[in-house]
Design a protein around this ligand. Sequence first.
Ligand SMILES: *Cc1c(COP(=O)(O)O)cnc(C)c1O
Length: 389
Amino acid sequence: MMNDLSDTTFLEDMHTPGVYVKRDLNILRGEGAILFDINENAYIDCVGGQGTCNVGHTHPAVMKTMREQMYDLMICPEIFHNHQRAFFSNKLSDAAPGMMTRVYLCNSGTEAAEAALKFARFSTKRTNIIAAMRGFHGRTFGSLSATWNKNYRQPFEPLVPGFSHVAYNNLEKLDSAINDETAAVILEVVQGEGGVHPGTTEYLQGARQLCRERGALLIIDEVQTGFGRTGKLFACEHHELEPDILVLGKSIAAGIPMGAVLLGPRVDDLTPGLHGSTFGGNPLACAVGRTVLQIMETEMLPQRAAEQGAYVLQRIQAIQSPLVREVRGKGLIIGIEIKQKVAPYLAALKDRGVLALPAGMTVIRLLPPLVITPLQIEKVLEALEEVLQ
Ligand SMILES: *Cc1c(COP(=O)(O)O)cnc(C)c1O
């Protein structure tokens, strides 16, 4: 019976839109930090659904919530009230850095970034957006305009006017870029897709200060760093950073598509009809989002990410290999920059039962579910040591 499914690899390829680079692996199911392919081979999942399943695959509490909510209600447009949306917005707002009481809900990271950019323009009555080199904020026109990688941008130009990019972790460059036409600066706390580059406290706090002085808003994109990934619930907490707008997605609802934008006091009141989303704030995603925040607390996932991440980072940094240029990370987002293209190394890891991501051409990126066990971590480290030597 399992063998029948191998045909689905070809069937899928027959219908590919052609925009994805696909690996020769057909995944059937997942459990915690483990994925099984159609032949029942097990892999330790350091792709983590591209950072969407910090609580792990098929978490029992998530499944229970989904089962219960499914029977009540799955969709409820924002023209009506719903208690799941109310509870989730309240819990998320409480957990967020600073005083961010207003919550806009949508269905993905790019939608959240898109909304954040629109809200910033509306609130400041200014048009210009400053983003960072190596930054990534999504693939729709607005968020793509804030994204740096020219391979994503160039085929779709002209993009949205008013966007510029300055070097990351360089306060002087940011200082000379922000002026009285700047609506917002959009930054990641740790640049994820751009190669795992953590921002410094001095830089992020400085950005906040400059934005305040010049009437611009600071948008922090925590789509990848949020929900425990870096060792705190939100990476902002490492730097006591209070953004004006916080952009969330990926692990917010354990893999159920969801995004969110939180608004701080410097953002003016938005007006009815200004923006919206049909699926945004649906009760199913909201119910799961609540459960995710609960799991973060009860299983102490941010603390686990901090401890395990520090251990993994130190172990990888200790690997003596002429191949390795630099190892960077914070909590359980880890980047290993090597002196060659990463594709063959990702394949070699897969052969040893470990799935990992690239970040650009030369960085191996690890985004395991935060529930990964110490034993699984040892196996990942063994595979890395073998492959990198
Ligand atoms: C993944 C990502 C996005 C885009 O999220 P999608 O859900 O793929 O649209 C935006 N910002 C950051 C920092 C991301 O890592």
